[in-house]
Design a protein around this ligand. Structure first.
Ligand SMILES: [Zn+2]
Length: 290
């Protein structure tokens, strides 16, 4: 199954819904960043949530979502232009925790719960929208649910999941979001609560081959799918962009790189691509600044 996201509406229950599968792109990210299983689970959940958050944007704003709960995984960051492409990283890819009682991957332990989840939506012209909420559990799904409630005043069910094989390969990744419209009644809320009680883990359903549409249909028989978008892990870095970043470090720094290292190598934190600059290229850069 390719990676994609669907957006839909359930008129009978006054809610809008989103669902996605992100297994392939998480596998790409795992290989680029050498993610250990708990880091894969954290980044997979985070990217799925970011994609669905971006799908709520009407104007294809640039979105940057950051989370840091003080745990060993460090900062988790994802960027997308709401075009189906995402770039993302975790501060420390080599974290692995499991919960002793269930044996499940301990995402909350890795992320921590002392910090914030921040969403920046850049519309290009005006001041960017910035929404920041305290992290609740570090399990990511609950944290996004809290963000929607507090920052956007939209009651939401957020279900995210990742399944990792014993070989560390990604078996499944994805999730769904249910958001109540202002017209939602108490009956609509009760229906959703009842459905969510004992609902199977989304990672297990995806691993069994259920599509995002089918998972939504398990909750709402009459869900109307409005559109679908293919999803990819793709970085937009280039040597040119790295050169611009290099120009901001200052003349003395560049001179030091020329004198001491006879060149430099820069790594893109979003995709781990390496860009090397020779001594001559650095000298040329230095002249262009002066
Ligand atoms: Zn990159």
């Amino acid at each position: 199954m390719k990676d994609y996201l669907v957006r839909g509406i359930v008129e009978s229950k006054n809610c809008r819904v989103f669902a996605c599968t992100t297994k392939q792109l998480l596998e790409v990210a795992r290989q680029k960043h050498d993610l250990w299983p708990t880091a894969s689970a954290a980044l997979g959940r985070f990217m799925s949530a970011t994609f669905m958050l971006a799908a709520m944007n009407k104007n294809h704003e640039k979105m940057t979502v950051t989370m840091n709960g003080g745990g060993n995984i460090g900062t988790i960051m994802a960027c997308t232009n709401s075009d189906g492409k995402i770039k993302a990283f975790v501060g420390n890819p080599h974290v692995h925790y499991t919960y002793e009682d269930t044996g499940k991957l301990g995402v909350g332990l890795a992320v921590g719960n002392q910090g914030t989840l921040q969403v920046i939506k850049d519309m290009g012209l005006k001041e960017p929208f910035v929404g920041t909420v305290p992290i609740q559990t570090g399990e990511i799904g609950e944290d996004f649910s809290y963000y929607f409630m507090v920052s956007e005043q939209i009651p939401s069910v957020v279900s995210l999941g990742v399944l990792v094989d014993t070989t560390n390969e990604i078996l499944s990744s994805g999730g769904f979001i249910i958001q109540l419209l202002p017209e939602a009644s108490d009956e609509d809320i009760s229906y959703i609560e009842e459905k969510m009680r004992n609902f199977p883990a989304v990672s297990a359903l995806l691993n069994e081959g259920y599509t995002p549409e089918e998972i939504l249909q398990m909750i709402f028989e009459d869900v109307k799918i409005l559109d679908s978008q293919d999803l990819f892990f793709e970085c937009d870095c280039s040597k040119e962009k790295m050169k611009n970043a290099l120009m901001t470090v200052g003349k003395d720094e560049i001179q030091a790189m020329i004198d001491e290292d006879h060149g430099c190598e820069m790594t893109c934190q979003f995709c781990n691509s390496k860009y090397s600059f020779s001594e001559d290229e650095l000298k040329e850069l230095l002249e262009s600044i002066q």
